[in-house]
Design a protein around this ligand. Structure first.
Ligand SMILES: NC(=O)c1ccc[n+]([C@@H]2O[C@H](COP(=O)([O-])OP(=O)(O)OC[C@H]3O[C@@H](n4cnc5c(N)ncnc54)[C@H](O)[C@@H]3O)[C@@H](O)[C@H]2O)c1
Length: 312
């Protein structure tokens, strides 16, 4: 029988790619999303094949309704979140409501429904600024924003439910995910912002000297890393999902300019407060303890992303 997987945040950027992958590997997919930042357009190619439930994870009743409608959910992939640093600084209570209470609501319903695997999407934001690079999972956590704190708190709940109940739990800390369908409004949407600017004939803006580094990982590689843990066991609870490579913003823009055939001539503006200087995550543990490896190098992923925005 086909396994049934609940994907929260399935109408979002990463969630919609996870849904595509689940359908490809013949899973039965249920989505719970309140369409706050996600959109049904992201599900254009898959909406006919999934069961879409519109609802907010902060409302226990909405989550319960999904499990009543689908009492046979085998696995949960939890991606729904307040996923930006800015709003978490403006309204930390609302951020905590979605990211912490929302996660608890899902965990509660999942254990009551005897869900076998619960996969949680966490973030590199839990580490904050570190002096040791690349950052390994064992590195001390030191979030610099309420968003980082709420993602970390939710990790602890997920881990504790794994200890308390017979549920395999996994926590995946994503680096900077990029690819088609990413909204330019997200902080990690720098690639989308650069591409849209270049396509629209605008001069891209670099904040700071452009030497700040990030770890960019293509969304389809992330989706594979997520989906592979369905019904799988491993020794560790936390895995970084990253390219394991450090790319400066300057280098990144140069590659995008090359691919779009435009000159590299950004406008430099003052560094934004709180911007981390260097960040990249060690992915050795995930590569060693599963069959996952990075499939899509940055230049290939950028080509696919540029192609998507050109067609759009
Ligand atoms: N994009 C990245 O680079 C990145 C990096 C690290 C971690 N993450 C994590 O990955 C996950 C997905 O992020 P994304 O980039 O796809 O963001 P996104 O905003 O595109 O997706 C989030 C989805 O959750 C839905 N949602 C938000 N609040 C909800 C609520 N209260 N109830 C139900 N649905 C709700 C939104 O409508 C959206 O479809 C998040 O948990 C985020 O913290 C993302």
């Amino acid at each position: 029988m086909m396994k049934k997987v609940l994907v929260t945040g399935g109408a979002g950027f990463i969630g919609s790619h996870v849904v595509d992958m689940l359908l490809k590997i013949k899973m039965n997919v249920v989505i719970l999303d309140n369409l706050s930042t996600g959109t049904l357009k992201n599900l254009d190619s898959s909406l006919d094949e999934v069961s879409f439930c519109e609802g907010c994870i902060t409302h226990m009743e909405a989550v319960q309704n999904v499990f009543q409608l689908h009492p046979d959910i085998d696995h949960v992939i939890h991606l729904a979140a307040q996923s930006k640093v800015g709003p978490s600084l403006e309204n930390p209570g609302a951020d905590a409501g979605v990211n912490i209470t929302g996660t608890i609501n899902l965990l509660e319903c999942s254990r009551k429904a005897n869900v076998r695997t619960f996969i949680y999407a966490s973030s590199a934001a839990v580490y904050g600024e570190t002096s040791v690079l690349p950052i390994k999972e064992q590195h001390e956590v030191n979030p610099l924003s309420p968003y980082g704190v709420s993602k970390l708190a939710a990790e602890e709940y997920v881990k504790t439910y794994g200890r308390l109940y017979d549920m395999e739990v996994k926590c995946l800390r994503f680096a900077n995910v990029y690819g088609p369908r990413q909204s330019a409004a997200t902080e990690s949407g720098v690639i989308t912002i650069f591409i849209e600017d270049l396509i629209n004939g605008k001069r891209p803006v670099i904040f700071g000297d452009g030497l700040q580094t990030r770890d960019f990982i293509f969304v389809k590689d992330v989706s594979r890393a997520v989906c592979q843990w369905i019904d799988e066991k491993s020794d560790s609870f936390v895995y970084n999902v990253s390219s394991g490579e450090e790319t400066s913003i300057e280098e990144l823009l140069k590659v995008i300019c090359e691919s779009t055939g435009q000159d590299y001539s950004p406008r430099f503006e003052k560094e934004r407060p709180g911007d981390i200087k260097r960040s990249y995550l060690d992915n050795v543990s995930l590569c060693r303890e599963s069959s996952w490896t990075v499939d899509v190098p940055l230049n290939k992923g950028l080509e696919e992303t540029i192609d998507y925005y050109r067609k759009k």
